[in-house]
Structures are given as structure tokens and as C-alpha cells.
Ligand binder design. Structure first.
Ligand SMILES: Nc1ncnc2c1ncn2[C@@H]1O[C@H](COP(=O)(O)OP(=O)(O)OP(=O)(O)O)[C@@H](O)[C@H]1O
Ligand SMILES: [Mg+2]
Length: 245
């Protein structure tokens, strides 16, 4: 990874939320510095409430940094949310199409892209269903397709599979790896499942409790697909789990 181009560079990033009523500050991020390389798969793990989602929100531009710096060469950043965050009044097809419409892409082109994404995420036959008719796994497939439709070079993913049963989650992880390999997109994923992080990532960032900073970075060199019954896998999961306070 070291020889690859830097796509995002975070230096000394700190962040506080301010309570609207009391005006009090909650210090969440403290001096987070990190270089993300193009095409890398990074996972963020750490104790609940430490500030992992906040980092993704800053990287996606949802919230603005006040202290520290984020330099990004990414042309387009897309996000996949934990609860899929689909528009309930739009069909599968329309949900995936939404971002493209916003970008002013013409109808014939949009339809081509949407059809391709639907096939890629395994949703053929469900184009006209509405989110309420879909299982949790299918909703996440739509969320992934919607993010991919705009052809991002950075994909931010927040606990995408945590509410799914183990079999569905595993299928989606395989899908995500296929997509990552095919499009060489840079992925930054938050997860509380160390096993998931070891299965997927090039590097795992372990965060401290709040106000959070990077406690350790573990590089995973195992070849993919990773053997989850191997001693190496087990040892990595064990080593990382022990570092999460
Ligand atoms: N909009 C907000 N206003 C005020 N406080 C917030 C806001 N969003 C998050 N927080 C607080 O900031 C801290 C960090 O939140 P964040 O969602 O980034 O944590 P997290 O590491 O993603 O946690 P989890 O693992 O539970 O998802 C938490 O204490 C949370 O309550
Ligand atoms: Mg979170």
C-alpha cells in the first residue's frame, strides 16, 4: 500500500459537538491523523460512542471540521448507511437512480447505469418493489447500488451488515469484496465486528475511547479470500479484540 497514491490525508483532526440547549461541548475526536491510499480497504474499530461515525460524517462532508485538516483528492465520495436510509416513497430503481438524477444525467444514461447496478448487486426482478417490501439484506443491496451508481472513488460504509443475520451478512461481504476488486474503489468502513474487519481490510485502525484518537493500526497481509478457520485469522481477531477498550 505504501507505494500507492494518497487519496485522503487527515492531519490532527479534532472535533467537538456542541449541545444546542446547554451550549456545552462534547469532545469527540482528538488529534486524528491518517493517510488513506487509493484503492485501500480500511476498517475503523473502537468502543461504542468513541467517534467512528463522526469521522465518516466529516469525510463525507456532512459535518465541517473546525480543527485539523482533511485533504482529499477524491472526485466523488458516496456513503452506505447502517439502516440503508432508502427513500420509502421511491422504488428500488428510483432509489438507485436518485443520485444520478441530482447530477443531471439524462434518462437513457440513468436507466443503463441503474440496470447494471441492479444486476451487480443481485436485485434483478425487484426493480419496482418499494423498500417496505424488501428484507434487510435486500435494502442493503439497494444502499450499495445507490452509492455505486454515482461512480465514487471513495466509499464510506457505516456498520452496513450489523443488523443482518450471519448468512446474509456474509453474502454481502463477499459482494462488497467483489465490488472493491472490480472498481478499485477506496473503502473506509466502520464496524464493531472485528471478524468482519479482519475478513475484509488491508488495514484496521483501532480507536481509543472518547475523545478518540488512533490507538493502533494493524496491517492485514493475509491473501483473500481469507480462511476464517486459520490460526492466523484467529490470532489477528484475538489480538485486535484485546486492544479495544
Ligand atoms: N449530532 C450530535 N450532537 C451531539 N452529540 C453527538 C452527535 N452525534 C454524535 N454525538 C455524540 O458523539 C459521540 C460519538 O458519536 P459517534 O456516532 O461518532 O460514535 P461511534 O463511534 O460511531 O459509536 P457507535 O459505535 O455506537 O456507532 C457519542 O457520544 C455521541 O452521543
Ligand atoms: Mg457509529
Amino acid at each position: 500500500m505504501q507505494d500507492k497514491e494518497k487519496i485522503i490525508s487527515i492531519s490532527n483532526l479534532s472535533y467537538k459537538y456542541q449541545n444546542e440547549e446547554s451550549g456545552e461541548y462534547l469532545e469527540v475526536l482528538k488529534d486524528v491523523s491518517l493517510d488513506v491510499h487509493s484503492g485501500e480497504f480500511i476498517s475503523l474499530v473502537g468502543p461504542s460512542g468513541c467517534g467512528k461515525s463522526t469521522i465518516l460524517k466529516i469525510l463525507s462532508g456532512l459535518i465541517k471540521t473546525k480543527k485539523g485538516k482533511v485533504v482529499s483528492k477524491a472526485k466523488k465520495v458516496a456513503m452506505v448507511f447502517q439502516n440503508s436510509a432508502l427513500f420509502p416513497w421511491l422504488s428500488v430503481k428510483e432509489n438507485i437512480e436518485f443520485g444520478l438524477k441530482m447530477e443531471g444525467i439524462k434518462k437513457s444514461e440513468r436507466e443503463k447505469i441503474v440496470a447494471k447496478k441492479i444486476e451487480e448487486v443481485g436485485l434483478s426482478g425487484f426493480e419496482n418493489e418499494y423498500p417496505i417490501e424488501l428484507s434487510g439484506g435486500m435494502k442493503q443491496r439497494v444502499g450499495i447500488a445507490r452509492a455505486l451508481a454515482v461512480n465514487p472513488d471513495v466509499l464510506l460504509i457505516d456498520e452496513p451488515f450489523s443488523s443482518l443475520d450471519v448468512f446474509t451478512a456474509e453474502k454481502l461481504r463477499v459482494l462488497l469484496l467483489d465490488i472493491w476488486l472490480k472498481y478499485k474503489v477506496t473503502i473506509i468502513m466502520v464496524t464493531h465486528l472485528v471478524e468482519e474487519a479482519v475478513e475484509l481490510s488491508d488495514r484496521i485502525l483501532i480507536f481509543t475511547p472518547r475523545p478518540t484518537s488512533i490507538k493502533n493500526i494493524v496491517e492485514i497481509k493475509m491473501t483473500r479470500p481469507r480462511d476464517k478457520r486459520s490460526e492466523e485469522y484467529y490470532n489477528l481477531v484475538d489480538k485486535i479484540s484485546k486492544q479495544i477498550e
